[in-house]
Design a protein around this ligand. Structure first.
Ligand SMILES: CC(C)(COP(=O)(O)OP(=O)(O)OC[C@H]1O[C@@H](n2cnc3c(N)ncnc32)[C@H](O)[C@@H]1OP(=O)(O)O)[C@@H](O)C(=O)NCCC(=O)NCCS
Length: 235
């Protein structure tokens, strides 16, 4: 399947990529799977969780296969950067939301409330100020695209003088954990969270992974395993 596809190339993400990135991201929102019941509108998803990175974040890249965006990595040097990217469009989003332009409001309210009630574990922002989100189209996974996106992203952060980066995933996401570990990330903290329980029927172990981008601690390949970490609640 993958062998017959054209090669992928990477380029910086642009405003016009927002719908394609939103589609890839929305397709994987429920622990790597599509789940329209969780957050029905792909458009609202893109306006809230993709556009702010393109407009306020940094080191955003897409992988293009043929003519199509088939993977992305979005980053920001701080949460404040993402918020600044969101603010200008917020009045319009709220207006459309209250007019019902995204469909019934309840699933969104529920989702956002659960985000606030059950935040993912985090590492200290002082040490790991940047964060990232990424996904690759299921049709072209396993061809090294995720690895190239991550490597390019990390080089870009380093060029910007960012000292560390963190990300959130779950213990169930074997492919992502393998990718991050291979690029030198280490598990910083994990905790069981009921965030996905209403949708999956069970709690998941949520994890924060970190990478130090300064000096000797910064290296690709052969990353450490899962050393004990402050606040680590194993199992
Ligand atoms: C994680 C993701 C971005 C990786 O993209 P990709 O293009 O397939 O990445 P690569 O081809 O560079 O490498 C994937 C690695 O995962 C491994 N992998 C793939 N499926 C796996 C699985 N089910 N279990 C364990 N490892 C797996 C591959 O073997 C490869 O590791 P290796 O090179 O050491 O052998 C992709 O799987 C994805 O989009 N997943 C859904 C969205 C997501 O989970 N995003 C991350 C959120 S934290």
């Amino acid at each position: 399947m993958a062998a017959s596809l054209p090669p992928a190339y990477l380029r910086p993400a642009r405003e016009e990529d927002i719908p394609a990135i939103a589609r890839l991201s929305h397709d994987t929102l429920l622990v790597g799977r599509k789940a329209d019941g969780v957050f029905p509108s792909e458009k609202l998803w893109g306006e809230l969780f993709v556009a702010p990175y393109i407009r306020g974040g940094l080191c955003n890249w897409v992988a293009v296969v043929g003519e199509e965006v088939a993977g992305y990595i979005l980053g920001a040097a701080s949460n404040a950067q993402v918020f600044r990217g969101l603010v200008p469009s917020l009045p319009g989003i709220l207006w459309r939301f209250f007019l019902g332009a995204y469909g019934p409001r309840l699933p969104y309210v529920r989702y956002v409330l659960r985000l606030l009630l059950f935040p993912s574990p985090r590492a200290p922002h002082r040490l790991y100020p940047a964060h990232l989100h990424m996904a690759v189209d299921a049709k072209v996974r396993g061809r090294g695209i995720g690895s190239r996106l991550l490597q390019t992203f990390l080089h870009c952060l380093r060029r910007h003088g960012i000292r560390g980066v963190q990300l959130a995933t779950t213990r169930a996401n074997a492919a992502a954990r393998r990718l991050y570990r291979r690029h030198g990330f280490r598990l910083y903290r994990r905790k069981a969270s009921p965030f996905w329980a209403p949708y999956l029927g069970r709690p998941l172990i949520h994890e924060a992974w970190v990478l130090d981008l300064t000096g000797e601690g910064w290296a690709y390949g052969g990353g450490p395993g899962d050393p004990p970490a402050p606040g680590d609640r194993r199992g």
